[in-house]
Design a protein around this ligand. Structure first.
Ligand code: NAP
Length: 368
């Protein structure tokens, strides 16, 4: 679909939406994902909004702009008039239809993470929230829209000085980086390798590791240009996707934070120093080989540890506390966010094409 037709490809009607997800800025893919009731009790006085839905699974061309009834906040929810919408890898996974078995259907309204102003509240929510600028997690649907609803526990007020675009770049991914490094018991002076550092999780992890006094911060990335940008954020050694390069890089590392997974994961397990810790947080490169545990156990004399980590397992209030601290740091300029590009909501398909082509460093943000 051309850019013009992306803008013109608006449809009128009602879509069936799935509203899956945790009660915070983290994602759940598996059968344990719990359906939340959609706070769409019908438009008030016929209010409509623009939104982006999956008209057909597969290529980004299947994304379409639609006029939908504006959501009405249910009890305990707020309605946010969006200023910025985060575009995440999970959105592309849903768009491809990969999660159809988990209840995601064509007609799904994409998007998990928004920032903007609270314009309405449901029963039980203090009206003082109205007018406040917030970040909000909307579950695994509802974000690609001019208005979105979220449970109050998934909403965080923005500090002065933090833009809406920065908030949706850091809000979901920053807590993953924080807790993954914590889960790895990362200590000052240790060598930390961030695999897949060019995404929003990795970019924050590099900064946090450097700030915590890592002895070395190694990154994998696909180009020298990205390597230079990551050095600017705190990386000390730049490796290619295979883990080669970085001539002065330490051969062994104490911690691996892995966003990639995929067939090469065992090669990175082999790089762990004695008592090293490996934390897998993502699988952008696919699932690891089924027998990777064999490589882990083969190294048993070095006492390696391997963990898969999801922020879903961290209590919501703890995630919110870390997120609030990171937002404050970002507002002060002590934690950097990388917005790859800001695009109009109508161009969500273009944003997905950029993601699919691997051209995104940081995060794409949509604005209504
Ligand atoms: N654990 C949790 O709680 C949690 C929460 C949210 C999301 N996630 C997961 O985190 C992942 C997304 O994180 P993100 O947004 O930071 O990542 P991302 O932007 O999707 O990808 C990070 C980088 O990985 C590299 N990469 C991509 N494909 C690769 C491949 N086949 N082999 C090697 N490197 C590859 C790319 O950099 P280069 O081109 O520079 O190599 C890319 O920029 C997803 O798997 C998502 O499910 C986990």
């Amino acid at each position: 679909m051309s850019r013009a037709s992306e803008r013109e490809g608006r449809v009128k009607g009602t879509v069936i939406t799935s509203h899956f997800g945790r009660t915070d800025g983290s994602f759940s893919y598996g059968p344990m994902a719990v359906a939340r009731s959609v706070a769409r009790t019908g438009p008030t006085r016929g209010a409509e909004m623009r939104a982006v839905v999956i008209k057909a699974f597969g290529d980004p061309a299947g994304l379409e702009v639609a006029d939908l009834p504006a959501p009405v906040p249910a009890p305990g929810q707020v309605c946010v008039t969006t200023e910025a919408i985060g575009v995440g890898g999970v959105d592309a996974v849903i768009r491809r239809g990969t999660l159809a078995a988990h209840g995601f259907r064509e007609g799904h309204l994409l998007g998990s993470e928004v920032a903007g102003s609270v314009t309405a509240v449901g029963d039980g929510v203090d009206t003082s929230w109205i007018g406040r600028r917030v970040w909000a997690f909307t579950g695994l649907s509802g974000g690609y829209a001019e208005q979105a609803v979220a449970a109050l526990g998934d909403v965080l007020a923005l500090p002065d000085g933090l833009t809406a675009a920065d908030a949706v770049t850091l809000g979901g991914s920053g807590v993953v980086a924080h807790y993954a490094l914590e889960r790895a018991r990362t200590a000052p002076g240790e060598a930390v390798l961030v695999r897949g550092a060019a995404g929003s999780i990795g970019i924050t992890a590099v900064q946090l590791a450097a700030r915590a006094g890592a002895g070395a911060v190694l990154v994998t990335t696909s180009s020298a240009q990205r390597g230079a940008r990551l050095r600017d954020l705190g990386a000390t050694h730049v490796l290619d996707r295979s883990g080669d390069g970085g001539p002065d890089a330490p051969a062994g590392v104490d911690v691996v934070l892995d966003v990639v997974g995929g067939p090469r994961l065992p090669d990175f397990v082999d790089r762990l120093n004695p008592n090293g810790r490996y934390v897998a947080v993502g699988v952008v490169g696919g699932q690891p080989p089924a027998d990777f545990g064999t490589r882990l156990v083969a190294n048993f004399r070095r006492s390696p540890s391997f963990a898969a980590f999801s922020a879903d397992t961290v209590p919501g209030p703890d995630r919110q506390a870390v997120r609030a601290a990171q937002f404050a740091d970002a507002a002060r300029g002590e934690l950097r966010t990388v917005v790859h590009e800001v695009l109009p909501l109508d161009q969500a398909a273009r944003a997905h094409r950029e993601m699919d082509a691997g051209r995104v460093f940081g995060r794409i943000v949509l604005v209504p």
